[in-house]
Ligand binder design. Sequence first.
Ligand code: GUN
Length: 291
Amino acid sequence: MDAQILSGKTVSSAVYDGLTSRIENLKSKGIIPGLAVILVGEDPASQVYVNSKTKKFSTLGLFSETIKLPADTSENDLISHINTLNADDRFHGILVQLPLPKHIDSDRILNTITPEKDVDGFHPVNLGNLTAGKPTFIPCTPKGIMRILSHYNIDLSGKHVVVVGRSNIVGRPISILTSMKSPMTNATVTICHSGTKDIFQYTRQADVVILALGSPEFLQGDHIKDGAVVIDVGINRVDVNSEKGYKLVGDGEEASLLKKASAITPVPGGVGPMTIAMLVENTVEAAERSL
Ligand code: GUN
């Protein structure tokens, strides 16, 4: 039987429904949750991500503004933009779209965003709080993955979760969240990365595989055990002969995984919509904390 589809569209709709009354409550107090997005350069994928984030804010009647800066913006200029936004009360959240051009030190930039407005959860204070088991802002993609798992009642307790990828955006934080000592989590976690010898040796032992490496169709059906759950964070553009010229595929090869897994997130329509929903939720949370 084919795997169950874990739909990020369904779960994100439930998240937005749940946020409606919180947004109304803020508005009744004269507060409209606001997000500032900074986009440096012309990376086409980043432009698409930023547009879908700000479009969602506008659909929900929230405030957002995108600051587009040229690719040759200096690190100091970018820092002074962030300092201005840190002091601007209209914005409860600030997001600097990654990746940044190579001449800019991303860590220095992320450290400049005030932790209270760091709705991406990338500031060392927020990452530190997460690591210490007392999260303040949880990065949006891993938070969205946890929400999908809980929505579909997938209990990780005592399970073996294998994470492929160790980025600060997904791999590292999801390994912390899945191993936390609380009901539905409490998993045993293995992190695989570019230094791992024979990654598939680990994925074949996994009850849950989380793919966050950015390599198109890396994992196939014969790399997992029967009935495993596959969470696919990859969104890769591969060239095809179509009007668009490309199609989006995950880090997993969907056709063969569907036959072997018990449940899988599709690409697109899986983790992607959840990242945006969690960004909205974190921004609403930031606005509530400002009350
Ligand atoms: N680039 C890819 N994912 C993300 C994300 O979640 N936040 C930001 N700021 N940039 C990204």
